[in-house]
Design a protein around this ligand. Sequence first.
Ligand code: HEC
Ligand code: HEC
Ligand code: HEC
Ligand code: HEC
Ligand code: HEC
Length: 202
Amino acid sequence: MRKLAVLGTLATMGFAVGVVVTSRPSNAQESGRPAPDSIAAPMLSASDTASLKGPRQPIFFRHDIHAGQFKIDCQYCHYSVSTATEPGIPTVQTCMGCHLVVAGSDSGGRAEIRKLRTFYNERDSTDAPRLEWVRVHTLARHAHFPHMLHVAAIGPTACGTCHGDVARMPQVWKVNDVNNMGFCINCHVERNVPRDCSTCHY
Ligand code: HEC
Ligand code: HEC
Ligand code: HEC
Ligand code: HEC
Ligand code: HEC
């Protein structure tokens, strides 16, 4: 019931709820696989984050709530993943597009939304801290990884191949050791795509 109320609010805000939240992403249909079912995310508070896998973030931002329970498409936030090397990280303005109305749960979510609102209100101030997410996956500068080529070649469900089931993660962690080049080479060999050194190092 609560979920429906939230969706109703988003709808009145002019969000494309039919696309973003209730319908299956067209990607999943094209690939012939069903979209993941919406599964209620567990109740957790920010004080639980230390015991979760993955680095603790400045705001307890939950993929299991956004991408899992509410089925918001990955590309709604990682907007350039199929067009650029860098997938893109949403700005606080994008977050507030929803969170001007969506307040979060009583079990700690509201306190995290307050943090978000502070970052948003102070975004133009030069001395206020900026919202800096902690990177989970980072390659050394000598290695080059283009997201768009992989998403095009592997398909829209590509994310899970490397990042695991992010839509079930309360806090993102590194499922595959992307800093071990064997991880890259094995798949390049398997799929018979370029693997001379200059493919990835330049
Ligand atoms: C498309 C809409 C949408 C966008 C964009 C969005 N959120 Fe949310 N967010 C939600 C919904 C829906 C909930 C669930 C609210 C609830 O349970 O009452 C939620 C819940 C939350 C919560 C509370 C979690 C809890 O424990 O209750 C936090 C914190 C949060 N979002 C942060 C963010 C941040 C940070 C961003 C930007 C990176 C963001 N959100 C972008 C829709 C959105
Ligand atoms: C509502 C916005 C939103 C949605 C939807 C979303 N993400 Fe994210 N994602 C973020 C934000 C903000 C971060 C940075 C904070 C963090 O790591 O949790 C992030 C981080 C990540 C990271 C870790 C990045 C790093 O530092 O290495 C991965 C991987 C990721 N997202 C994959 C996904 C996938 C796959 C989906 C769809 C199943 C998805 N995201 C849906 C906002 C979103
Ligand atoms: C073939 C493996 C692979 C696939 C497929 C893949 N990624 Fe990544 N992703 C990586 C690697 C490697 C990095 C680190 C890149 C770097 O440091 O240059 C990364 C980094 C990221 C980041 C962090 C970027 C940042 O600026 O903080 C996000 C977010 C992300 N990926 C989301 C996604 C999403 C969403 C998808 C699916 C649409 C996806 N990735 C598909 C391997 C992959
Ligand atoms: C799950 C399989 C898979 C994994 C894992 C993978 N790749 Fe790829 N990669 C591909 C495929 C398939 C292509 C071919 C894309 C195309 O050009 O159509 C590709 C293409 C590339 C290209 C462009 C090649 C060219 O034609 O110039 C680069 C660069 C690259 N990958 C780097 C990496 C790096 C770095 C990693 C590890 C962090 C990695 N890949 C992991 C499947 C993978
Ligand atoms: C498909 C992509 C890819 C190809 C092809 C590739 N590498 Fe790498 N290489 C990587 C990645 C990713 C790393 C890890 C970067 C990091 O530390 O984050 C790496 C790391 C390295 C390192 C640093 C030491 C180490 O093992 O971490 C060396 C040296 C290296 N590569 C040499 C080579 C040589 C020589 C070739 C050709 C025979 C080659 N690479 C081909 C992706 C690739």
